[in-house]
Design a protein around this ligand. Structure first.
Ligand code: ZN
Length: 139
């Protein structure tokens, strides 16, 4: 079985500091990391929640896909990420079965992961991310 678990839930937020305060101090989750992914135009904070994580995404500028998402649909749940084994093989297998992806191959995402998004047309509106930890040599 090469699809392992929900790795994280991604949530689009306008104000990372303010939202982190809720998850850390009010809900009481452990903050793992805060990082900037310039490629995707976001600041990201991760919180551990059992075997999974909450990923908060704050846009860096108005061109960020997260800024566009918030403009169109407001803040809230943005995507669900599934941990897979051998992401390239998984993409190939899913393409054979008719899935469409955003982009051709995985890119380097936050949290030292290779990631790719399945096209929402394939998933009936859910933005689904596949992710796999980067190999040592890719870091
Ligand atoms: Zn994600």
């Amino acid at each position: 079985m090469n699809t392992k678990k929900i790795e994280h839930i991604g949530i689009a937020v306008k104000d990372l500091e303010k939202t982190m305060n809720f998850y850390e101090n009010i809900l009481g989750l452990k903050k793992m990391a805060v990082e900037t992914v310039e490629d995707q135009g976001v600041n990201i904070a991760f919180f551990q929640l059992g075997e999974t994580k909450i990923e908060l995404l704050e846009p860096l500028n108005s061109e960020s896909p997260i800024a566009k998402f918030i403009d169109k649909r407001s803040e809230g749940i943005h995507h669900m990420a599934v941990l897979v084994e051998d992401i390239e093989a998984k993409i190939g297998d899913m393409k054979e079965k008719g899935a469409r992806f955003i982009g051709d191959k995985p890119t380097k995402g936050a949290d030292n992961m290779k990631i790719i998004f399945v096209h929402p047309k394939t998933t009936n509106g859910v933005l689904l991310e596949l992710c796999e930890p980067l190999d040592e040599e890719d870091k």
